[in-house]
Design a protein. Structure first.
Length: 141
């Protein structure tokens, strides 16, 4: 997760309208893919890391600083891309409060048999995404 946070940190302020997310894919103790959300918000970190890993992503663990998206916008859901790639485990720092996601990515991953762990380095991820998270704060004008 340290590496995923470093990737995300490198994009802070560059990825609007999306938050800067880091994703690192690890298999057999080796990093096989790593990325952050691209400048301008697309492509997302997960799809870039998966492209880097290719077929090696099958059976890998994904470390992601924000829950993989579960809705179709300009691109398809990152949760679906991780499922299609055949990862076996996903470690998520922070659940995405966006109502279009809000646990939906985690639910999809688990429903596909992927082990999901949440909350690893959550406070660091939360601090890095404070501007994004403020959009979903209750009672905000």
């Amino acid at each position: 997760m340290d590496a995923a946070l470093a990737w995300a940190r490198s994009g802070v302020g560059l990825t609007a309208p999306n938050p800067s997310v880091g994703c690192v894919l690890v298999k057999d103790g080796q990093v096989i893919g790593a990325a952050r959300t691209a400048d301008g918000g697309r492509p997302h970190a997960e799809t870039q890391a998966l492209a880097m890993a290719g077929e090696a992503a099958h059976g890998a663990t994904a470390y992601v600083t924000l829950e993989p998206c579960a809705h179709t916008g300009v691109t398809g859901p990152c949760a679906d891309a991780l499922i299609a790639a055949g990862i076996s485990r996903c470690v998520v720092a922070l659940v995405d409060p966006d109502p279009r996601v809000d646990g939906g990515g985690i639910t999809r991953l688990r429903a596909s048999g992927i082990t999901v762990e949440t909350g690893l380095r959550e406070e660091e991820a939360r601090a890095m995404k404070s501007e994004f998270l403020s959009r979903f704060a209750p009672l905000r004008p």
